[in-house]
Ligand binder design. Structure first.
Ligand SMILES: [Zn+2]
Ligand SMILES: [Zn+2]
Length: 393
């Protein structure tokens, strides 16, 4: 049986000096895609529907969100290489934020039934490497990722191992099938926000102060979580007007445009200190991918015992100056947050969306047909609005 899918082809041309490790040689997966793949070409193709194995389910995809990372794969550097320095293998069906309905299952799948509404984790960890056995699933050294290294959700069907599948029946029950099968595609990106804001931050104490730099789909998710966790003052820094408006709607008390601030000779630190009586922020989240610009100010804005959590991947600027003296004096810490596996994140995010405490439908600002999937990716790179969804139903 055939299905329609967005398929990306790229030329494997390692830049001089790039050395493949054992995992890369064995699997054909590349750890740093920006060093190896060039001249990516996108097109809608007829391909085989995946064959389910004994432990797999076949999902008829209802919706698939576009992630910033899908955009980075689409971008090219001056030599035509993809602008995505992470795990990749081509040809590729993009998409790791999907949901749909189970239409077939393997003989070992007992906890899911045909007809269940489900989503799935992107971080498909092996469970037996040293990282996995020490519960660092997001750091798995054999990680597979739909949409990057195995076929993703920008297709009519996707096959997923039962280990990574989560029921969204509760969301569909709460919102109905039409909205539920859009909201299901938000579980993965909201899980990314949850990992940084709630887990890697060390938790949120109600009454504390937070700041989010970059109010894209992830940053907006962080703001909503900060609000629901009871933060007393929430700052958002964002250049795009629509995203500024959404940041307010999602729960930010103070929204600043950093470009306007700098024209006024003001810094993010100055406005944070002004509105917190010099205390600073207990939790700051980098969701903009501009660490080189943001970290000097963020490290000066840290509250006593405060945290800086880095979620955004910044393909170009991954080195950033930190005011170390201030971080020591304030007993501050900086931590990375990758992925969403473990720590009950998917379970809790599904519960949160289904509970209707906050209407996550507001996050969806663009809807595209599968035929227009490449356009959805291009539009996502314009960094305006919330989440773009590709819809198959
Ligand atoms: Zn993503
Ligand atoms: Zn592993």
């Amino acid at each position: 049986m055939k299905m329609k899918a967005l398929v990306v082809h790229a030329v494997r041309a390692p830049k001089p000096g790039y050395e493949f490790d054992e995992f890369e040689k064995r699997t054909g997966i590349v750890r740093n895609g920006a060093m190896v793949w060039k001249d990516a070409v996108y097109g809608i193709e007829e391909v085989e529907v995946p064959q389910v194995g004994d432990d797999d389910v076949l999902i008829k995809v209802a919706a698939c969100g576009v992630c910033g990372s899908d955009g980075h794969v689409h971008e090219k550097d001056k030599d035509g290489y993809i602008n995505f320095a992470w795990l990749t293998r081509f040809p590729l069906i993009p998409g790791h934020e999907f949901c749909g309905e189970i239409v077939e299952k393997g003989k070992n799948v007992e906890t899911f039934q045909v007809g269940d509404y489900v989503t799935a984790e992107e971080m498909q960890y092996c469970g037996h490497c040293e990282e996995c056995r020490t519960y660092h699933f997001n750091q798995c050294s054999n990680l597979l990722e739909p949409g990057s290294t195995i076929p993703g959700g920008m297709a009519e069907y996707i096959k997923v191992n039962k280990k990574f599948v989560w029921s969204i029946n509760d969301i569909v029950e709460a919102y109905g099938v039409d909205d539920g099968l859009e909201l299901g595609a938000l579980v993965e990106p909201t899980g990314i926000a949850y990992n940084g804001t709630i887990i890697k931050s060390g938790g949120i104490h109600p009454g504390t102060y937070g700041a989010v730099y970059g109010a894209g789909a992830i940053g907006l998710g962080c703001i909503a979580l900060m609000r629901q966790a009871g933060m007393a003052k929430i700052f958002a820094f964002e250049v795009n007007e629509e995203r500024q408006r959404m940041a307010k709607e999602f729960g930010a008390d103070f929204v600043f445009n950093p470009v306007v601030l700098s024209k006024q000779d003001l810094t993010s630190r100055e406005v944070i200190m002004e509105h917190t009586n010099g205390w600073g922020c207990d939790l700051q989240i980098e969701a903009a991918g501009k660490p080189d610009i943001l970290y000097p100010q963020m490290s000066l804005s840290v509250a006593a015992g405060g945290s800086i959590v880095n979620i955004a991947h910044s393909p170009k600027n991954d080195a950033a100056p930190v005011n170390v003296a201030q971080m020591i004096w304030r007993n501050g810490r900086v931590t990375g947050s990758n992925g969403h596996a473990g720590d009950a994140i998917f379970k809790n995010v599904i519960g949160l969306i289904a509970a209707k405490r906050f209407d996550y439908r507001k996050l969806i600002t663009g809807r595209y047909a599968l035929d227009d999937a490449e356009q959805a990716i291009i539009d996502t790179q314009k960094a305006s609005g919330g989440k773009n969804l590709i819809k198959m139903r």
